[in-house]
Design a binder for this molecule. Structure first.
Ligand code: GLY
Ligand code: MN
Ligand code: MN
Length: 548
């Protein structure tokens, strides 16, 4: 009986699917068409769905689709593969440019884990061809015929998975022969992908192949920067000789050797990330609308917490209010683990324990973002638990505010991410010098140790080239000052951590702060914190159980 019970649980928890897409079939078709324009001649791009990740024993994490895969398909189920071909392929039905492989229907597994779509249903999602994943191993035999096969480097966290089959009324646990683990194994074999593949070495060989008489210094610099990242590359004779042999035309010898090594490979790990960065950094109108909604939901979370906050509140309760608001609006979860840090915890940049129970008169840093149909906000407010900033808190807060304001005002088409960062850094450095916390601008890095800005989208730190701002980018602007205990300054500044983070839509005619409705100047925050909160009447019974 006990075993039976365990078996039931293990099936029940094995996996669920992520949130389906809200965007139209045409949206994804357009993305795939645009993607194909980027592809080199006679190439194919192969994108795999995300693996199912195990939490412990027989319980998995909630499934989250790979953002690149989702970006091109809107498809949210695991054990799937997308192929996009530069040049049309032919089968008995005619020409096609793309094919998606999906899990086959399985009534028994669907009873436990939810519906799988039929091929016909998925075809309606606008794919040229839909095949079952069981056909993938046949398909990969064609890969050697392409000049280039583009894919993302494999991660090492893909587990070989089991499934259940019913035979004569009995249930058996068997290896799933077509799970992601097996699909990737077949793919690697077809590509002759080396078991000891070292991406940097591969890059070094590719660089060597590009050498000619005129660009040797440039190529050597490239190789040296690879060696800085992995010093064992100097144990590779080809790379070592290339860098150290002084004889004329030495590179021709190195090229002969690398050509021999590379001759068996047609895979390409560089081009796909570059295409995705180009595409994903500019948002379409419908993506912007989803981001606006995700940000608007997150803003309400910040506002409700500001009203509800009292000094006896715990970090966990604050987190709970934000996340409760998200779910009220239909956002299934956060785009990243919620950060709620009071006092010294606010100085830990990615603090996610959220376990302090007594926040009293401290500053509370709240960095949380709702994820809505895959798109995530990233909004931070830092507020005084007791409703009023102390003199020290206010002085530092004003510097962060001025730094953020300078960057928001300057965030226009044409300015670079680097310039924006420098603007915000200069304000922080000047402010800290004026307060006597540092004496040189360079020292500000100690208290402002992170970047200013990143794209948001399907990832909280979204793909992009991080050059100049362009219209329809959605970026964060998030300066901060963090002064942990024992920092070399007057102890009155210790244990104050402040970040203010807003989500900005860059437009041709200026920028729009999507999170502006959550107050961020100290006056606005204090005024809102004086307002009544509906949560004041939400009083739960005491639970008396003693926890030692
Ligand atoms: N929430 C992580 C970040 O602000 O980048
Ligand atoms: Mn953040
Ligand atoms: Mn951020």
């Amino acid at each position: 009986m006990k075993n039976q019970f365990l078996l039931i649980l293990s099936l029940f928890f094995s996996f669920g699917f992520g949130q389906n897409s809200k965007l139209s079939t045409e949206h994804y078709q357009n993305k795939r068409d645009a993607f194909r324009d980027y592809l080199p001649q006679n190439s194919v791009a192969v994108l795999f769905s995300a693996p199912i990740r195990n939490r412990a024993n027989d319980v998995d994490y909630v499934y989250h689709q790979d953002p690149n895969f989702f970006y091109l398909t809107g498809w949210h189920q695991p054990h799937s593969v997308l192929m996009i071909y530069k040049n049309p392929q032919r089968d008995s039905e005619g020409l096609y440019h793309e094919k998606i492989y999906i899990p086959e229907r399985d009534d028994y597994m669907e009873m436990w884990n939810g519906k799988r779509y039929s091929k016909d249903q998925v075809k309606k999602m606008g794919f040229d061809r839909v095949a079952e994943r069981t056909d993938f191993k046949k398909e990969v035999q064609n890969l050697p015929h392409f000049d280039r096969v583009l894919f993302f480097e494999f991660k090492n966290d893909i587990r070989n998975q089991t499934m259940y089959v019913l035979k004569n009324g009995a249930r058996y646990k068997v290896d799933d022969p077509h799970d992601l683990f097996d699909l990737k194994a077949a793919f690697r074999e077809a590509l002759n992908f080396p078991i000891d593949f070292n991406r940097l070495r591969h890059s070094a060989y590719q660089n060597i192949m590009e050498a000619d008489g005129d660009n040797l210094d440039e190529i050597k610099n490239e190789l040296r920067s690879l060696v800085v990242r992995d010093s064992t590359l100097m144990e590779d004779d080809i790379i070592k000789d290339f860098l150290e042999t002084p004889v004329q035309n030495f590179y021709l010898e190195a090229q002969k050797k690398t050509a021999f090594i590379l001759r068996n490979y047609n895979f390409d790990l560089e081009t796909l990330p570059a295409i995705m960065a180009d595409m994903r950094e500019i948002k379409s109108k419908s993506e912007i609308n989803l981001l606006k909604k995700a940000v608007a939901i997150s803003v309400v979370g910040q506002i409700e917490v500001m009203k509800a906050m009292y000094p006896g509140m715990s970090e966990r309760e604050i987190q709970g209010i934000h996340e409760f608001v998200y779910r009220k609006y239909g956002a299934p979860h956060q785009g990243y683990p919620s950060i709620v840090g009071a006092g010294e915890n606010g100085c830990v940049l990615h603090y996610i324990e959220n376990e302090k129970e007594d926040i009293q008169n401290q500053l509370v840093l709240m960095d949380l973002g709702a994820e809505f149909y895959g798109y995530t906000a990233d909004v931070t407010r830092t507020i005084p638990a007791n409703g009023e900033f102390s003199a020290e808190q206010k002085a530092l807060y004003q510097i962060v505010y001025d730094s953020q304001e300078a960057a928001i005002q300057a965030a226009r088409v044409g300015i670079s991410f680097r310039e924006l960062y420098q603007l915000s850094y200069n304000v922080v450095a000047k402010g800290l010098i004026e307060l006597g916390i540092i004496s040189e601008p360079g020292e500000a890095r100690r208290y402002y140790p992170h970047g200013l800005s990143h794209h948001i989208g399907l990832d909280v730190h979204d793909s992009g080239n991080y050059g100049n701002l362009e219209a329809d980018m959605v970026i964060t602007i998030e300066p901060g000052i963090y002064i942990p205990e024992n920092s070399p300054c007057d102890p009155k500044w210790w244990n104050i951590g402040i970040r203010i983070e807003d989500d900005i839509l860059v437009q041709a005619d200026g920028s729009l702060n999507l999170s502006a409705a959550a107050p961020r100047d100290w006056q606005g925050i204090e005024a809102l914190m004086r307002e009544e909160s509906a949560l004041q009447d939400f009083i739960l019974p005491k639970i008396e159980t003693l926890v030692e």
